[in-house]
Ligand binder design. Structure first.
Ligand code: 5GP
Length: 185
């Protein structure tokens, strides 16, 4: 039987560069699987269904909650996000390492279910820099940027609960740091 895989739970306030870091890691190591979440949020810009997220309706999301399909789910920034339990369990059983990009609440719930998981927090260099990146990204309304900045402050307070914290002040270094963390397990 294959050795059980590792679960790397990555949380970061939005605008931290988390997606870029995760894409780089997944490109460099095709043996790592990414857990694609379901969300009721509409897709942004170049996001694709089945690649970045499974974009589903509120109704479909609630049906999945009722049938117990999610290992965890949470409401983030006014939308619902959930992780497939079947994907996690199958992949871990087959020996794949998994990267998950989930919020701090989801991370806590998942850690309670998978206490062997490794928690990694990616932090922005500062709150000013985060606000600047969110505005520059130009994919969210002013109201959404404000909401995301406010939740970032609350999320930052949770960083101390994580096993590893990476400050993304230099993208190349942040990618190497995450790679090094993954390689130690
Ligand atoms: P975004 O809308 O910017 O892609 O993601 C917003 C937040 O939702 C991020 O903090 C992201 O990590 C989180 N998120 C994405 N998928 C999931 C999920 O399946 N469960 C939970 N709890 N949070 C998620």
């Amino acid at each position: 039987m294959a050795k059980r895989g590792h679960l790397f739970i990555i949380s970061a306030p939005s605008g931290t560069g988390k997606s870029t870091i995760l894409s780089a890691i997944l490109k460099q190591d095709p043996t790592i699987r990414y857990s694609i979440s379901c969300t009721t949020r509409p897709s942004r810009g170049s996001e694709r269904d089945g690649i970045n997220y499974y974009f589903i309706s509120d109704d479909a999301f609630h049906k999945k909650i009722d049938s117990g399909e999610f290992a965890e789910w949470a409401e983030v920034h006014g939308h619902l996000y959930g992780t497939s339990a079947k994907f996690l369990d199958n992949s871990l059983h087959l020996g794949y390492d998994i990267l998950l990009d989930i919020d701090v609440e989801g991370a806590k719930k998942l850690y309670a279910k998978y206490p062997e998981a490794i928690l990694v927090f990616i932090a922005p260099p500062s709150m000013e820099e985060l606000r600047r990146r969110l505005s520059e990204r130009n994919t969210d309304s002013a109201e959404a940027i404000e909401q995301r900045t406010r939740s970032a402050e609350a999320e930052m307070a949770e960083a101390k609960q994580y096993h590893h914290v990476i400050v993304n002040d230099d993208l190349t270094r942040a990618i190497s740091e995450l790679k090094a963390i993954i390689n130690t397990y």
